[in-house]
Design a protein. Structure first.
Length: 161
């Protein structure tokens, strides 16, 4: 059963791209004492993720800040180098924290995994968005299809704040 509203995020260590190379950040470091909008995507550079889901959050970054969001973060079952390239190509590493869940540890811990092996992508993270306050899930929006970014998109999340 997927993580639910009112539950705390599990303690996971993510890889993050940085100016000096890959770094690590724990769930505690990212979420403790903060209001964070976290959204998950099946894969960096994949069509819906790259052309729809991420751009919505980038376009609305200031609106999220105005509503008291400390951090916008995106997570994917990709390695840190792919996430770093995605941050560079979109020129937005300063507005969104890019989190690499390369081994799918976070995806499995929150039970938001789907099997994309038919498309040659292996296990991936379901598309979702959530509001997390001090490590506790306050809202959760999971798409029923990886090719959609409706209930998990930026507009839908802004309406929940």
């Amino acid at each position: 059963m997927p993580i639910a509203i009112g539950q705390s995020l599990p303690e996971i260590t993510f890889k993050t791209p940085g100016a000096d190379g890959p770094a690590t950040m724990t769930t505690h470091q990212i979420f403790k004492g903060k209001r964070v909008v976290l959204f998950g995507v099946p894969g960096a550079f994949t069509p819906t993720c790259h052309k729809n889901h991420l751009p919505g959050f980038l376009d609305k970054a200031e609106a999220f800040k105005a509503k008291g969001i400390d951090t916008l973060a995106v997570v994917s079952v990709n390695d840190v180098h792919v996430m770093g390239a995605w941050a560079r190509v979109t020129e937005n590493a300063d507005r969104i924290l890019f989190l690499a869940d390369g081994n799918g540890e976070f995806a499995r811990a929150v039970d938001l995994v789907f099997d994309a092996s038919m498309g040659g992508m292996g296990e991936r993270l379901k598309r979702f968005s959530m509001l997390v306050e001090d490590g506790v899930v306050k809202s959760l929006n999971i798409e029923d299809s990886p090719g959609k970014a409706d209930v998990s998109g930026a507009e839908a999340m802004l309406k929940q704040l």
